[in-house]
Write a protein that binds this ligand. Structure first.
Ligand code: G6P
Ligand code: MG
Length: 218
């Protein structure tokens, strides 16, 4: 049975996509590069460096220039993060976290973000997590299974007893590659590969998710 739950952060627990958009927008504008919401959508779950490389397209840049641009984007992003409060938790998140903990299931964060701890602190939910796996934890990013395996290992729970909540295609791929159960949040074309797909965590209950996954197992 399920003993561990791993939550992605951006797009699952809170919607930071808009802040990432604004921060990348500012950088792109300063650099004279095209950037829009559709492109931002394609950066869901994509690490900072890969995101920048996508935005640069065929524009070449030295390693120093890349580092400087990443630092600048992050400065803009961190500035925007200051306005986050517990009211920015996505609907259903808190109730589900509480229910999961009550069921004695261990909880980890599995996010590619290097700002994950800052965001959890701003949201006031750091104490719900037994383990925090973030952008500093492993080398290979999603869709590689490494981050989720790291989280499960530190929880002390086997992958097949762990469920991952994700909103990104690469995140679902990573969780499946780790041999974990998956709950995809969002449209079919993005997270359709997950064992269970929900529009969001609003009104989601652990009991309902547990049963839905159980049906897949038989
Ligand atoms: C998450 C977000 C991405 C972001 C990445 C790195 O996966 O969905 O949009 O680029 O984290 O975040 P960071 O805060 O380290 O730049
Ligand atoms: Mg995400």
């Amino acid at each position: 049975d399920l003993q561990g739950a791993i939550f992605d952060l951006d797009g699952v627990i809170t919607d930071t996509a808009e802040f990432h958009y604004q921060a990348w927008c500012q950088l792109a504008q300063e650099e004279g590069l095209p950037f829009d919401r559709a492109m931002n959508e394609s950066l869901r779950g994509v690490p900072r460096r890969d995101s920048l490389l996508k935005i640069l397209g065929d524009r070449s840049a030295s390693e120093d220039q890349l580092q400087a641009m990443m630092a600048r984007k992050n400065e803009y992003y961190i500035r925007l993060l200051q306005q986050i409060t517990p009211t920015d938790l996505l609907p259903g998140t808190l109730a589900l976290l509480q229910e999961i903990r009550q069921a004695k299931v261990k909880v980890a964060l599995g996010s590619a973000s290097k700002n994950a701890r800052t965001v959890l602190n701003k949201l006031g939910i750091t104490h719900y997590f037994d383990v925090i796996a973030d952008g500093y934890s492993v080398e290979r990013s999603k869709p590689a299974p490494d981050l989720f395996l790291f989280a499960a290992q530190h929880l002390g729970i086997a992958p097949h007893q762990t469920v991952v909540f994700e909103d990104a295609k690469a995140g679902i791929q990573a969780a499946l590659a780790a041999q974990m159960w998956t709950v995809g949040l969002g449209p079919q074309e993005r997270v359709g590969a997950a064992h269970v797909v929900l529009p969001s965590l609003a009104r989601a209950t652990w009991g309902q998710i547990f049963r839905a996954l159980g049906q897949k197992a038989t």
